[in-house]
Write a protein that binds this ligand. Structure first.
Ligand code: GRF
Length: 193
């Protein structure tokens, strides 16, 4: 199948990008979907090194550029991007961009939404809050992004049981294993339907 009729995804990440790397590897040589672009808001994000090593184009988009819809529209039309996958992206996505990609932006959250979501709930903050609450379960949520960030329609959840004496760090590691195992597969099913 020629490249141009594949579904072209952009993966957004602000930090390490371990999920971005899983997605890139999973869709390498995939017949229907490709990761065509990595987007970060930080020029020093490790995800950019991963993109380079894996031969995927990347772009750093600053908050000032995000405030200019024409600049953003140019970047995404030039790269022919059909859908967006957020994987540890910490900037709020502006409303005009959500309207550019209706039901075409997925995010992964490292807990079972609607609990432990919203402002300030990212990374270790989430796992510390879960452990502190005494909740018996955590897990991952993959959801559509709307203007209220962690409140879009849930597409997939997978839970795990909190172990006796589990630390936030231990939980983070086990949740990340779930992310790596399920995110590429859920993205594939969502964007090929
Ligand atoms: C993941 O835990 C994801 O759920 C959250 O940010 C983290 C990104 O990790 N939204 P990585 O950069 O993919 O390693």
């Amino acid at each position: 199948m020629p490249d141009k009729i594949k579904i072209r995804l952009a993966v957004f990440a602000s930090g390490s990008g371990s999920n971005a790397e899983k997605l890139i590897s999973y869709f390498r040589d995939h017949p229907v979907i490709e990761v065509a672009l990595v987007v970060s808001n930080r020029p020093d994000a490790y995800v950019l090194k991963r993109a380079e090593r894996l031969n995927v184009s990347s772009v750093v988009i600053s908050p000032a550029e995000w405030r200019n819809p024409d600049v953003i529209k140019n970047i995404f039309t030039q790269n022919k991007i059909d859908g967006i996958v957020l994987a540890g992206y910490l900037l709020l996505i502006p409303g005009y961009f959500i309207r550019m990609y209706p039901d075409k932006i997925l995010n992964i959250h490292p807990a079972l939404l609607p609990e432990y979501g919203g402002k300030g709930m990212y990374g270790m903050h989430v796992h510390r809050a879960v452990i502190k609450s005494g909740s018996p379960k955590s897990g991952i949520t993959i959801h559509l992004v709307n203007e209220a960030y962690d409140k879009g329609r849930i597409v997939f959840q997978k839970s795990l049981n909190i172990l006796p004496g589990e630390t936030p760090e231990g939980l983070a590691k086990r949740v990340q294993e779930l992310e790596h195992r399920y995110y590429p597969d859920v993205v594939e099913r969502y964007f090929s339907q």
